[in-house]
Write a protein that binds this ligand. Structure first.
Ligand code: URA
Length: 434
């Protein structure tokens, strides 16, 4: 077999065999097939696409490129959630302890902020002492004890994805549905999940801006996951505006605690409960999403998910008492208030603008190696649909430094759109794909 023939076959619209795909991926990881051939192949896939069978074979080949986490000695069911990413998207921190409180085991491997989208690991690391680089043994031990654990991907898990993603990033081939599908599912299968709820976002702050593209990605993820023996459900959810009233690493941890205490904002609670309800269904604890949601609501009211969250903070190196003491005070000293430029109603707050401004503030990063600031961010005092008078406080903004604050404020100002009449209601869940 020769890599050049595989590239030519895909370039001409052919269907690659399982063996050809495995040859390409294993050869690439072994350093036997060079970047330039894999780049050409990725571009051919970008234009020609892949059949469902090819996408499943690619996922499998990537999964087999590294180690997998063995969870078979722990009683399941193992159900995870994955989001395609957004601004203020902090549902993982709430739904992991929530699902765990209902007997679901959640083996969660998360990523970091990149570009305008936030990252779960950066949020967790805003909790003083919290460790996100767990060994496989620690990961297993904490799942057994707390029902969930949150870690970053280790070097041994799906090495093919790390190499391929870096290559796609610099060859304009990230936005390929089969390549995204294989990237996401290989990692989720490697962490030991048996079932997966996907939050596929659309709108200005999402990776896929249009609903049709988001739906095509959801369909590909669900079908490929099923072909691999995973139970998968996808919800298409709105990411045109930030989720919740806080954007920022520690700010979002605080908002999650508010949610676990029954004081969360409605949009964030709705998306979280709908996702968690599907986790409970996939884990076999509820017959349908409505029942799953009711179970999640009663679990939240019982306080058990909050208790599990704090227990996990302790298990992963943090101090729950210090976390409590930091609430409302752990903020950057570089701070400003943004006020309404006019009166009327808030018609929209653009997630994309807020996400990009958050990078300037220090919440996120443009290059994977850059650090983030735990105490930077934005707290919204007014949101879509709220009436405002000129000069009303719209948001409080914290930055890592003055230059970041100065460059973010104009973009945050631009993020806010006004209308004379109240905007129409926004539906957060567009569709479920099963
Ligand atoms: N997220 C991933 O994990 N992989 C992709 O290819 C795109 C988004």
């Amino acid at each position: 077999m020769r890599a050049v023939d595989i590239v030519a076959k895909k370039r001409d619209g052919g269907e690659l065999s399982r063996e050809e795909i495995a040859f390409l991926i294993s050869g690439y990881v072994a350093g036997e097939i060079p970047d330039y051939q894999v780049s050409a192949w990725a571009m051919a896939v970008f234009f020609r696409g892949m059949t469902a069978g090819e996408t499943a074979a690619l996922t499998q080949a990537m999964l087999q490129s590294g180690k997998t986490i063995a969870l078979s000695d722990i009683p399941g069911p193992f159900v995870d959630k994955h989001s395609t990413g957004g601004v203020g998207d902090k549902t993982s921190l709430i739904l992991a302890p929530l699902a765990a409180s209902l007997g679901i085991k959640v083996p969660m491997m998360s990523g970091r902020a990149l570009g305008h989208t936030g990252g779960t690991l950066d949020k967790l690391e805003a909790i003083s002492g919290y460790r996100t680089a767990l060994s496989a043994d620690e990961f297993r031990k904490i799942i057994r004890r707390d029902g969930f654990a949150m870690t970053g991907q280790t070097a041994e898990i799906v090495p093919a994805d790390r190499l391929l993603y870096a290559l796609r990033d610099v060859t304009a081939t990230v936005e390929s549905i089969p390549l995204i599908t294989a990237s996401i599912l290989s990692k989720k299968a490697a962490e030991g999940a048996q079932a997966l709820v996907l939050d596929v976002k659309y709108g200005s702050g999402a990776f896929m801006k249009e609903t049709a593209k988001a739906e095509a990605l959801a369909r590909s993820l669900v079908d490929t996951g099923s072909a691999l023996g995973l139970k998968v459900t996808a919800l298409l959810t709105d990411m045109d505006e930030p989720l919740g009233a806080m954007v920022g690493n520690f700010l979002e941890v605080e908002e999650c605690l508010d949610c676990l205490e029954g004081r969360g904002p409605k949009d964030l609670m709705d998306v979280t409960l709908e996702l968690a309800a599907r986790m409970v269904v996939l884990g076999g604890k509820a017959a349908n999403a409505a029942e799953g949601r009711r179970m999640c609501e009663s679990a939240l009211a019982s306080g058990k998910p909050r208790e599990l969250f704090l227990r996990n903070v302790q298990s992963q190196g943090g101090d729950p008492a210090a976390l409590e003491a930091a609430r409302g005070v752990y903020r950057s000293p570089v701070c400003a208030e943004l006020r309404a430029a006019q009166g009327g109603y808030i018609a929209r707050i653009s997630a994309q603008d807020v996400g990009q401004a958050a990078v300037r503030l220090g919440v996120g990063r443009n290059r994977t190696e850059d650090p983030v600031c735990p105490t930077a961010g934005v707290q919204f005092h007014r949101r879509r649909g709220d009436a405002v008078q000129p000069g009303d406080a719209l948001m409080t903004v914290w930055a890592a430094d003055q230059a970041g604050l100065d460059s973010a404020l104009p973009q945050l100002e631009r993020a806010v759109e006004y209308s004379a009449a109240p905007p129409p209601p926004r539906s957060l869940i567009y569709k479920e794909v099963i």
